[in-house]
Design a protein around this ligand. Structure first.
Ligand code: ADP
Length: 202
């Protein structure tokens, strides 16, 4: 039988803007409040190499960053060639990836492994959409940030959107291994409310 949805584990990183703004506790509170369980947690200032190998390097992913940036420039009438020296997605993608790395190594981050029913999609839902200006109120990004691609790209920096959350279980597994170490055991404990959330499992 496939594993119980409550066994699902995901990964979330509070980015430097969240730590600088004292929002780590609020982020953890929201995760725990919804019924998800923190099973791994640590804070540190990441190195360039750690972040460089966290974000994908494949052409599709990097080009997508370039295309998204070009779309923003077109939407707001900005001149990509004048501002960035090129209007080619495959050249802008690596630029945006570099902005992202520079941001992520500029301060401490908090990494978390999170377990619970549909942990991956629930955590993405709690985070809100990538661009804070488009995020629903009630989400972490929607309630606590106001940034947009238009503002960030104008300033030649990454979008400050407080958190990163894995998109799939495979990505989460890979990211947990990357940040917590291969073979590192996550915590295992019962929360008092699990008897109510999973009555037949006790
Ligand atoms: P998510 O973090 O929601 O999974 P992506 O994987 O698309 O989103 O992007 C990774 C990160 O790169 C985003 O969280 C954001 O900080 C930054 N980013 C994405 N698109 C842009 C952009 N057009 N300009 C600047 N930064 C961006």
């Amino acid at each position: 039988m496939a594993k119980h949805p409550g066994e699902e584990i995901t990964f979330l990183m509070a980015k430097p803007d969240a730590v600088w703004r004292g929002l780590t506790g609020e982020i953890i509170r929201r995760i725990e409040q919804v019924g998800l369980k923190i099973v791994g947690l640590k804070m540190f200032k990441p190195t360039f190499e750690q972040i460089d190998s966290h974000y994908p390097k494949d052409k599709t992913w990097v080009n997508r960053l370039g295309e998204k940036t070009l779309a923003t420039y077109a939407k707001f009438g900005y001149d990509a060639r004048a501002e960035l020296g090129t209007d080619q997605a495959e050249k802008i993608g690596p630029m945006v990836r570099k902005w992202l790395i520079d941001f992520m190594i500029s301060g401490p981050v908090v990494v978390m492994a999170i377990k619970g029913v549909h942990a991956v999609s629930m955590t993405r839902k709690l985070a809100g959409s990538t661009m804070p200006a488009d995020s629903e109120l009630g989400t972490i990004r929607g309630d606590f940030s106001v940034d947009s691609a238009a503002a960030a790209n104008r300033d030649k920096r990454a979008v400050y959107n407080l958190v990163h959350a894995s998109e799939t279980e495979e990505e989460a597994k890979h990211e947990i291994e990357h940040w917590f170490g291969k073979g590192e055991k996550l915590s295992d404990y019962d929360r008092s409310d699990e008897m109510v959330m999973y009555p037949s499992r006790k």
